[in-house]
Design a protein around this ligand. Sequence first.
Ligand SMILES: Cc1ncc(COP(=O)(O)O)c(C=O)c1O
Length: 364
Amino acid sequence: MNYPTPRQSIAEMVRYQPNLSVKKSGRIIRLSANEGAFGPSPKAKKILSSVADEMHRYPEEDPATLAEAIGMKYNLDPSKMVFGCGSDELIMATCLAYLGPEDEAIHSQYGFIMYPMSVKVAGGIPVAAPDSNFKVNVDAILERITERTRIVFLANPNNPTGSYLSRTEVARLHREMPENILLVIDSAYAEFVVRNDYSDGSDLVDKSDNVVMLRTFSKLYAMAGLRLGWAYAPSHVINALQVVKQPFGANRVAVEAAIAALDDHDFIAKSVEHNTFWQPWTATELEKLGLTCLPSVTNFLMVRFPDAVGFTAQDAGEYLSNRGILTRGMSGYGAPEYLRLSIGTEEEMRIVVNTISSFFNHAR
Ligand SMILES: Cc1ncc(COP(=O)(O)O)c(C=O)c1O
């Protein structure tokens, strides 16, 4: 071959495939990426024009006002935060900082796919711990720890299954892990969880030296297009991530919009209330059609379709897509009999349920 080739492990990988493809015309109902149901926060939108005049300036490397606003809102120490271009950047930075060649990082069987991908890019080896009935199995993770393990990734709640581990279960995982392994608790969907026994993991960060919590403005705060995520971690981890991540990953527009979005109490309450009603409503309606939905505490559902020819998840995904409704196939996660769909507006949920109903009538 007469051209430069990437490392073999990179050449063998397939890029992240989000299914955000857009038809040229007609209405699109996009339920494939767990985005906000209502568009952006009005307060965040309003702030954008005021940032335009500063567009020529690099952003702050450590956006102090944003760290303070987050600290106030979640009762956290602003000095323990680092910001990135989405939490995706911080997942990658963690892998680059903590994995040497052939080092291992454990993720759960149906854990967020960016974990194994980022581990491979960093030259490490992803190790999958089997779930129990689509829920993270703490013992299975603990059993897979070896001398080469450097990181354990836990999405809590998890994407795409929607399940979560209680505060006690996460505490046990942490307690029984060796202290030299980093536990990354990715709480991207924390704001949607309405359960007394849930914790976002920040309490463990404050109590120990080997826990990182990841958060994002892409989900409840509905800013996925601006790309802003943050990590809450002990100072030695923050220092390592600061070296590895790009210096200006958290852009000026995103930072200002995030400060406004944190303060948009009406939008936040409306989004959580909407999800708390329409997510179970959607699950119930789909179950009336004979489908199975995994129990979810998030703004999305993983839905099982029949195995029968013409009725499969792939058939349904295509049928929906031809009608402008984008969902997410789960083949990449090794669960091809499932589709994942996010909770959109009431109208979108009614349309998706009716369209799946007509899919079954049509397929019959
Ligand atoms: C569990 C989990 N972590 C992280 C991310 C990435 O979020 P961001 O948009 O901040 O990169 C996602 C996005 O879907 C996610 O589901």
